[in-house]
Design a protein around this ligand. Sequence first.
Ligand code: GLU
Length: 475
Amino acid sequence: MSSESPDLLVTRFAPSPTGYLHLGNARTALLNFLAARKAGGRFILRVEDTDEARSNEDFMTALFEDLHWLGVHWDEGPDIGGPHTIYRQQHRRTIYEEWLSRLDSAGLTYPCFCTPAELNISRKRQLAAGQPPRYAGTCRNLTSEERAERLVRGLPAALRFRVPQGQVVSFVDLVHGEQRFNTDDIGDFIIRRTDGSTAFFFSNAVDDALMGVTLVLRGDDHMTNTPRQILILQALALRVPQYAHVALLLGMDGAPLSKRHGDTSLRELRDRGYLPGALRNHLVRLGHSCVTDGWLDDAALIADFDLKRLGRAAAKFDDAQLRHWQKETVAHLSTEEFVSWIAAVLPPGLDAQKQAQFVTAIRGNVELPSDAKQWATVVFGKLEEFEPAALAAIREAGEGFFTEALKVIGQPGAEFKPAVKALGQATGNKGPALFMPLRAALTGFTHGPELAPMLALLPVAEIQARLEHARRLAV
Ligand code: GLU
């Protein structure tokens, strides 16, 4: 057991590596990390891979990468070790066997020979009778001869925990307040499966206690598991942690966040170019209310976090909110960070000064690297396509407008502002009638970043070629 001070807050994230990190789990990981950092405590990563058929090494590696990318870093874990040595449940079997045998010696377990088909029939019968389904206790009262006879026949046996009857299990949930569960409503549950692996209820609770976890902060889909886990811990005289069950992540329609809402894994959003700061700022506000409305950097996020402000409000993952935080995060990138974020869209060999100039020119109009790509094509490539509105603006301005433009804009050494002013005087065009056709001719769009800084990156010959092309389009 942990020798650390009993006051130290120890949290953990305990994912099962059966897929890419879901946004709901990413939120849970972030909240646990922030809680530990805020309190100066410890944050543990424990991989719950007892279900060997569904767990996979690649998902585990991806999980480590995605968490670090999000800015969630652990003090103990499978990759870095720690005082509890083993942080993958697959490798903790001997430990579980020892604790299982303690339950066994106390007479609190029994082998169960019920087959999945038998359990299914019993469950259906209970449901049909309007009762909540729970283990009917078929194998609870087998005599030792009956047990021995079944074992000799080689029948597969799971191990069940003998739930005490007529008791109330209560605990104070940090989010939901006092919770009370009657043990008569809890059937004896499996703690070791027929294949010898320990079940979640058991290994998860025992590990929390052995690793000195003081706060279990997880999704409220686990709320009804908690009394079972408390019963096991009490039976083993292990320390019961505090619990905080946060609302499950929902889509905007109120249904649990799933594929039909779009991207649900952190990796998909990362691949689309979302920044970790955007996800941190959105996720922290799901189930936790921040004091600060504005964008929070890493340190401010920790400072703002407070377990007392975990709340019951529905946690809806909102694309519009995510995009808002993405814009904020982009605005907070330094030029160097911005350049490395969009490196893939920059022409190879572009010097650092031009890279910086480009970033300054476009940053206000970029939400995702795909936006930067569009402006990189405008600035460093050839204009091949024109938006319909851009074509219309060019035609509306007419050939004469561009004949005049060619005389003043894109002349060697010409400054953009005075040149546009001169063009206005020569053509009599003002405001949008002056700027829109120019923007359309030079970028192919009727919207976008401020023109002058972009044009400063375009070779004079290219500006001329675009104006000439627009002149011909306007004929
Ligand atoms: N492995 C469990 C899960 O992924 C952990 C739940 C918990 O945090 O206790 O749901």
